[in-house]
Design a protein. Sequence first.
Length: 56
Amino acid sequence: MKNEEENEKRRITPEKALEMLKTEGLDLTLEQAKNILGFLRKLANNTVAKYLRKRE
C-alpha cells in the first residue's frame, strides 16, 4: 500500500507536465499535455516490457 502512495506522489499530473513544458517554451493546452503524458507512459511501459523479455 505504501508503494502505491509513493508512486502517486511522484506521478506527473497533466497540470505539472503543462507547467514544465511551458517553462521550456512550449505553448500547449491541457489536453495536449495529457496526450503527451499518455504517449510517454506507453513508451516507457513498452521499453520496460521489451527489456524484461530480453532478460528471460
